[in-house]
Design a binder for this molecule. Structure first.
Ligand SMILES: [Zn+2]
Length: 412
């Protein structure tokens, strides 16, 4: 039984038929449809010489024992957002399954190193607002206290929803045991953006996941009557914020892959007859390079103070959230580039704006790399999410090549 990428596509379609409706995929973690997807996945393992178990955080581990206990990990996630696409997360799991089948048959059930496929629990965080849940428990970066108080829109507590699926939050740290003997981690994913399509390339190498600085910025001016206050006497908080909203384009534009977004702006009192006395904005800045990220943050702060002064206002910053950039492993980046080049003839390296489970695995100190396959129109988290069939097949072949190269690398 050799690698059969067409089977991966057939299985993705089977999963779609089983767990989607007219609005898209409905495999939201900790729901009945997600459990149905996981049960379906178990049925695919029956003729393989593998051991399967769920860890204490609900991650599903499928292990093909090898001559060495050192393990190659391949991961993905069967959960989706509500009204999601058919490929996000599921491609990774089913392509990984195909690679595992190939190893099992080529080496008569005993490859040179142990091969482990993992379906991470709740990558999307769609129901409780906590992404990368299972992989962060694995990495030991998870805080039970913060998550215990989370509830969904209907008031169902996260703790209760997990318990219904057999997962006790208090036992999350036991998932760290799965790190034992991990030699490397690979993840294939759809790009979820427009870059590869615009370059006309099927596959790309992911350099790492971008770090994020996310802040609330509030400009304070003075509310005043819009009719009686002369233009030169105003303390207009919106004017200062508006200048910053344009300046962040210059700040990001100095760096090739950096992005800055002012996604929310609220004015107070927010009526047609008053100068804006207070303006609340949010800023999201991302880059793969920690130095670039720090520089952009500093420049945005300086600019905000300059614009506040120009408009006779003041400004205050408060951090909403941040995460450091996670660059992937240099040796694995080289192997990934080889695998992509051998499969599609050319290669492109790019950072990932979205976070992925691979970032958590890498933070746990396990050598990690990701591969992207082109997304049509750059659309994801939507029922129209799609990738050309030939590109999907190439992605399975490239992941398989990368897996073989990584096994050799682990043995070195
Ligand atoms: Zn995903």
């Amino acid at each position: 039984m050799s690698l059969d990428p067409k089977r991966t596509i057939a299985e993705l379609k089977e999963l779609r038929a089983l767990t989607s409706d007219e609005n898209g995929a409905q495999r939201v973690a900790w729901t009945d449809t997600w459990l149905k997807a996981r049960k379906w996945f178990l049925s695919k393992l029956s003729d393989l010489p593998v051991e399967q178990h769920y860890d204490s955080a609900g991650n599903n581990w499928v292990t093909l024992p090898g001559a060495s206990e050192k393990a190659l990990l391949i991961g993905g996630h069967l959960d989706s957002v509500p009204n999601g696409g058919w490929l996000d997360g599921a491609l990774n799991v089913l392509a990984g399954l195909e690679v595992l089948r190939r190893f099992a048959s080529e080496f008569n059930g005993r490859p040179p190193v142990t091969i482990r496929l993992v379906d991470w629990a709740d990558e999307e965080g769609a129901r409780f607002g906590r992404s990368l849940l299972g992989s962060s428990a694995f990495a030991g970066t998870h805080s039970i206290a913060v998550d215990r108080v989370r509830a969904d829109r209907d008031g169902v507590k996260m703790e209760d929803a997990l318990r219904r699926c057999g997962v006790e939050m208090d036992r999350f740290p036991e998932a760290e045991r799965e790190r034992k003997n991990a030699g490397a981690y690979l993840e294939l994913h759809i790009e979820q953006g427009p870059v590869l399509e615009s370059l006309g390339l099927p596959l790309g190498v992911v350099l790492g996941t971008k770090g994020v600085e996310r802040h609330n910025i509030t400009f304070y001016g003075q509310e005043a009557h819009s009719g009686s206050t002369p233009m030169n006497a105003r303390h207009d908080a919106l004017a200062a914020a508006a200048k910053l909203a344009l300046e962040i384009r210059t700040i990001a534009g100095k760096h090739a892959d950096a992005v800055c977004t002012m996604g929310s702006l609220k004015t107070f009192p927010g009526i047609v007859t008053a100068v804006v006395g207070r303006c609340e904005a949010t800023l999201d800045q991302r880059d793969l390079n920690a130095g670039v990220l720090a520089q952009m943050y500093r420049e945005a702060q300086e600019a905000s103070r300059r614009f506040a002064a120009e408009e006779k206002c003041t400004v205050e910053w408060s951090r909403l959230w941040n995460i450091e950039p996670v660059p992937f492993h240099p040796a694995l980046l080289n192997l990934c580039e080889e695998a992509v080049r051998e499969t599609s003839g050319s290669t492109h390296s790019m950072p990932s704006g979205p976070l992925h489970d691979a970032a958590e695995v890498s933070r746990a100190g396990i050598p990690t790399v990701m591969m992207f396959v082109q997304s049509l129109n750059g659309i994801s988290h939507n029922k129209i999410e799609d990738t050309r069939q030939e590109h999907l097949e190439m992605s399975v072949i490239a992941l398989d090549k990368l897996a073989s190269k990584t096994v050799d690398w682990i043995l070195k």
